[in-house]
Design a protein around this ligand. Structure first.
Ligand code: BEZ
Length: 415
């Protein structure tokens, strides 16, 4: 596939400019193009980079959530995944099921097992309840406390996020409605007579609407429009462990446990997948010992203590693996202060002129929603509303903050 970008049409006006060329931006451009909207997709680095929250190539698709509205949203995403899958012969998911297990009393960032069971039941999603002994026997874990319980939900999968992005990229590159441009960070955004001008090192571009999907680089873009999001940044560590028993396969899984001192003690993992270090499985920690104040503080070196805690857990509780972390990786996510670290889908705050012409997705883990979120963001940009219930995510009034007067005007302004 050619990595070069289509030539931008400088000074013509786009219906929508999408800022951020990760999975969400690519998906939004896909959905916009299906409505014949003239779209410009800007990526600050290169496409398929490993610098955002989508880094690490595989992601979990799962239905268990403690909130019914999240389970419903995952269900609603399924036909959109099928549509995206129809565009490529490459499987976008490996359906191995989701195993949620651990201490039933724990309420973590991902929720609580009993609450998830309740939400799955309410939405008629089939699942199996498991005891600690059943989890060990059926899913290859060992030496679990006997009080642990679990659920297995068969529709869970490991998402091939790189193939997902390539499918979306190829569609957009072939679409007469989409112009894609990489190494084009927005450095200034102004407005005049209902048109936005987005300045980049590759030129200035005009658009009637904006969709902002900059992942963890949210504030680099939001600051250009005189607001910021209250967020913390997690540079999450993961590592691949060599399988010593090629015959066993893990599901995608997540273990809920009480923190133990500095050890956040929650871990998650993936099956062996054909597209990423075959012969190995990936295990990650779902806690970060040193959150960052901004993405610029990040290094690509995973926190060694987080890796060590994870390796210890692998050694103590998993079978068929060499318990030595290899091929480490990190992914960085911006998380709002929302307790359950959810998604924020909203318009820009009201002090920004024409704020309803600026659609935003920020924070949280949303790979499982990629094709659906593109549709929702395209609806919001073109229609100002969407038939999908996004009311739980319209939390900008709480988490967006105006920039302090005088701080922002070095290279950004709104007229
Ligand atoms: C998720 O499925 O959203 C998720 C899984 C593991 C860690 C964080 C998020």
């Amino acid at each position: 596939m050619s990595m070069h970008s289509s030539r931008p049409e400088v000074r013509s006006t786009h219906d929508v400019i999408v800022i951020g060329g990760g999975p969400m931006g690519l998906s939004t451009a896909w959905q916009l193009s299906k409505r014949n909207a003239k779209t410009l997709l800007l990526e600050q680095f290169t496409f398929f980079n490993q610098l955002g929250s989508s880094a690490g190539v595989s992601r979990q698709f799962r239905l268990p959530y403690p909130e019914e509205y999240m389970v419903k949203l995952v269900k609603q995403s399924i036909p959109f995944w099928h549509e995206l899958q129809s565009l490529t012969p490459v499987p976008l998911m490996d359906k191995v099921g989701t195993l949620w297990f651990g201490d039933p009393a724990v309420h973590s960032t991902e929720g609580n097992i009993a609450e998830a069971e309740k939400a799955l039941k309410a939405l008629d999603v089939p699942y199996t309840s498991l005891t600690a002994a059943e989890i060990e026997r059926q899913y290859h874990f060992r030496d679990l406390p006997s009080s642990y319980t679990g659920i297995f939900q068969a529709d869970g999968a490991s998402i091939d996020l790189l193939a997902t992005q390539r499918t979306l990229y190829n569609w957009n590159a072939a679409s007469p409605f989409v112009t894609i441009l990489e190494e084009a960070p927005a450095t200034r955004i102004t407005q005049s007579e209902g048109t936005f001008e987005v300045v980049t090192p590759k030129g200035s571009f005009f658009g009637k609407k904006l969709v902002l999907v900059p992942g963890p680089y949210a504030n680099n873009v939001f600051n250009l429009l005189d607001f910021s999001i209250a967020a913390t940044y997690w540079n999450m560590a993961s590592a691949f462990y060599k399988k010593t028993r090629p015959d066993i396969q893990y599901p995608t899984w997540f273990v809920f446990q009480e923190p133990d001192g500095t050890n956040g003690n929650e871990f998650y993992g993936f099956p062996e997948v054909s597209w990423n270090y075959p012969g190995y499985i990936r295990v990650a920690s779902d806690f970060v010992m040193q959150p960052l104040d901004s993405p610029e503080q990040r290094t690509s070196v995973p926190n060694p203590q987080e890796l060590a805690y994870t390796a210890q857990w692998v050694r103590d509780h998993m079978t068929g693996l060499e318990p030595v972390p290899q091929f480490t990786s990190t992914c960085m996510v911006a998380l709002s202060k929302i307790a359950n670290k959810e998604l924020l889908i909203d318009f820009a705050p009201p002090h920004v002129p024409n704020h309803k012409d600026i659609v935003i997705y920020a924070t949280g883990w949303a790979a499982k929603f990629v094709p659906l979120l593109g549709r929702i963001l395209a609806d919001l940009a073109l229609d100002g509303h969407t038939p999908f219930d996004i009311s739980p995510f319209a939390t900008g009034t709480t988490y967006f903050q105006p920039l302090q007067a005088g701080r922002q005007k070095t290279n950004a302004s709104t007229k």
